[in-house]
Design a protein around this ligand. Structure first.
Ligand SMILES: C[S@@+](CC[C@H](N)C(=O)[O-])C[C@H]1O[C@@H](n2cnc3c(N)ncnc32)[C@H](O)[C@@H]1O
Length: 249
């Protein structure tokens, strides 16, 4: 997870600097722990604040988006979620198991992917574990009409812009009617995107995200800043999105 201290801008569009293999090499050296996936902030207030904020954001989205609320509250359907760039399954363990019946996860780093079942078993949520896809988002082709929600947190910066647009289009096709894509990511404090050579990722501005969502045919329904995070981190923003085609289908 990038902090404001380790960005390293270069000439040209920052996302052209991304190397998918360099990213995997970096993350493979990181311990398969909460502290590892949170860039050394695992023992601060960050994990608890993040989880509380995400649950609060989902409640706020349910109040504002009635079709999603109806879907999330429907006891008759199996509510399937997808956690992408899932790391060791921290978000699934602490957030998604509270709103989904089953969660599939996408995580290309093998030690992280191996740890997911362990984390869910420790949390007493093993029965909620769906499929663990050990691929990068750029190579993930979800089945259509599958998910109540797709959750993308602190991972979309690993994708180049064109791959990110294509990935979000595939995710929107994977939603069931009324389903949403949730994005929770760092924003730069300026209007510029910044390349981070540590994990070969890009931190995007809020306006870059909005333009990418638009290109992917996604309507931004609700967005909020995460408050209460430790100093030194980028601003963190949550977005709830649905395909524009939802209105015409
Ligand atoms: C900062 S961690 C966040 C993990 C998790 N989302 C969380 O919030 O706990 C970034 C994650 O993105 C994963 N990642 C890196 N490149 C990826 C790619 N191309 N596709 C999917 N995930 C990727 C890393 O292995 C790592 O698990």
């Amino acid at each position: 997870m990038s902090t404001q201290d380790n960005n390293n801008s270069a000439d040209g569009a920052p996302d052209t600097e991304i190397s998918y293999s360099d990213a995997i090499d970096y993350w493979t050296t990181v311990p398969a722990t909460v502290d590892g996936v949170l860039g050394g902030f695992g023992h601060t207030s960050l994990p608890r604040t993040d989880v509380r904020g995400s649950l609060q954001f989902i409640r706020s989205v349910r109040r504002k988006v009635l079709a999603f609320d109806a879907l999330a509250g429907d006891a008759a359907v199996v509510k399937r979620g997808c956690d992408v760039g899932a790391g060791i399954g921290r978000v699934t363990r602490d957030v998604l198991t509270q709103v989904c019946d089953k969660v599939d996860l996408v995580e290309p780093v093998i030690p992280f992917a191996d740890q997911i079942a362990v984390e869910l078993a420790h949390a007493g949520a093993a029965e909620k574990l769906g499929d663990v896809h050990r691929v990068g988002m750029q190579d993930f082709f979800p089945a259509k009409n599958s998910y109540m929600l797709v959750w993308c947190q602190w991972c979309l910066g690993q994708l180049k812009d064109t791959d990110l647009v294509a990935f979000l289009v595939r995710c929107s096709e994977a939603l069931v009617e009324g389903g949403l894509i949730f994005v929770k990511e760092n924003n730069t404090s300026t209007d510029e995107d910044e390349f981070d050579s540590t994990d070969s990722s890009v931190t995007r501005s809020d306006s870059s995200f909005r333009s990418i969502f638009h290109m992917a045919g996604l309507e931004l329904l609700v967005t909020e800043i995460q408050h209460g995070l430790p100093a030194g981190l980028y601003p963190v923003r949550s977005y709830a999105l649905r395909p524009y085609s939802y209105h015409t289908s």
